[in-house]
Design a protein around this ligand. Structure first.
Ligand code: GDP
Length: 349
């Protein structure tokens, strides 16, 4: 990849190739947006800017579930079903484990082999990043690239732990929670927040001996969903619980039909456009916040922070005044002493 800064053209007409649906170019573009190098960042922004003009939108389906519930099996079967209908399907992953440990829950095994070989599919393993905010940002940008590349459906997968499903729910148009048949009558300790984010709960493994348990579990979730407060974006009958078998490819068409019905309703009611607009606005604010925080990480800023920190500790300046002084310094260069000094005769003299 090229090394120079702003003037460097994007490597090999990357945007044109992505717009033409070239999967290798897409993979390369995603590598570019995932890079933390400053020069790559400049190129990544130029690329995103180039592609935004295309105005293409995919249906973004977020999918969460605990390890072993059948996410990769489901995505493979569901993805193959969509590809067979002539749709182009991309799969992205938000993996909180890589953020914490550098390892990966989602990426370690060979997953979705059939789907990864399909000409209509594109699968991107999760990026390893240092914090979830970083993962969210990269995923959002990878999503934009997939949309520009003309994918009809983007499945965004995450493991049902921590905050990652909030991130994924934020990124998606439709959020699907995959559950396993429960042994007893407990609701598998699903956190309320995750239930509240779900548009569909799919109880997977509704096959063979597990089928009766899956039906019971589904009824339990249907009951639990009815107790939740209705959201404006809920079409009549949603959120919804249903059963499926990813392994036997059973019930997947029904899941897709329900998703389409929900999306059609949301489009007709104006929720789709409002949601996209709110997302854009939130992403803009996230970017701004990120950019502002980055400004505190330059060597000069660190020096000022450490000096001010010591003065705050010593009671020489109030925390609020110190913060204001730091901001003023970062904006305008070194500023005069802030007016409010607590107990610092030497400095206020
Ligand atoms: P993930 O960790 O959520 O991605 O789960 P996997 O897709 O790797 O599946 C975990 C295990 O559950 C595997 O042994 C799958 O074969 C099995 N599994 C997945 N879907 C089904 C299903 O629909 N029915 C049954 N009986 N087993 C399934």
């Amino acid at each position: 990849m090229a090394d120079a800064m702003t003037e460097t053209p994007l490597p090999g007409d990357l945007s044109g190739r992505i717009l033409a649906g070239d999967r290798r170019a897409l993979a390369r573009g995603i590598t570019l947006v995932e890079s933390t190098r400053a020069d790559h960042r400049v190129q990544a922004l130029a690329l995103l800017d180039d592609l935004a003009g295309a105005g293409r939108q995919a249906l973004r389906i977020g999918l969460s579930g605990t390890p072993g519930v059948g996410k990769s099996t489901f995505i493979e079967s569901f993805g193959m079903m969509l590809c067979a209908r002539g749709l182009k399907v991309a799969v992205l992953a938000v993996d909180p484990s890589s953020a914490r440990t550098g390892g990966s829950i989602l990426g370690d095994k060979t997953r979705m082999e059939r789907l990864s070989r399909h000409k209509n599919a594109f699968i991107r393993p999760s990026p390893s990043q240092t914090h979830l905010g970083g993962v969210a940002r990269r995923t959002r940008e990878a999503l934009a690239l997939c949309e520009a590349a003309g994918f009809d459906v983007v499945l965004i997968e995450t493991v049902g732990v921590g905050q990652s499903e909030t991130v994924v729910a934020d990124l998606s148009d439709v959020f699907l929670l995959l559950m396993a048949p429960a042994g007893g009558d407990e609701l598998q300790g699903v956190k309320r927040g995750i239930m509240e984010a779900a548009d569909l709960i799919v109880v997977n493994k509704a096959d063979g001996d597990l089928k009766p348990a899956a039906m019971r579990t589904c009824a339990d979730y249907a009951g639990a969903l009815r107790l939740l407060r209705a959201r404006p974006q809920d079409a009549p009958g949603f959120p919804l619980a249903m059963t499926a078998s990813a392994l036997q490819e059973d019930g997947l068409v029904q899941v897709w039909d329900r998703i389409c019905a929900l999306v059609d309703w949301r489009r007709a009611q104006g929720h789709w456009a409002a949601h996209r607009a709110a997302q854009q606005r939130r992403w803009f604010l996230d970017e701004l916040r990120h950019a502002l925080l980055t400004r505190l990480e330059t060597p000069v800023a660190r020096e000022i922070l450490s000096t001010m920190g010591r003065r705050v500790e010593a009671g020489a300046i109030s925390p609020a005044a110190a913060a204001a002084a730091v901001l003023a310094t970062l904006e305008n260069g070194p500023a005069p002493e802030p007016p409010i000094a607590l107990d610092a005769p030497a400095e206020s003299a």
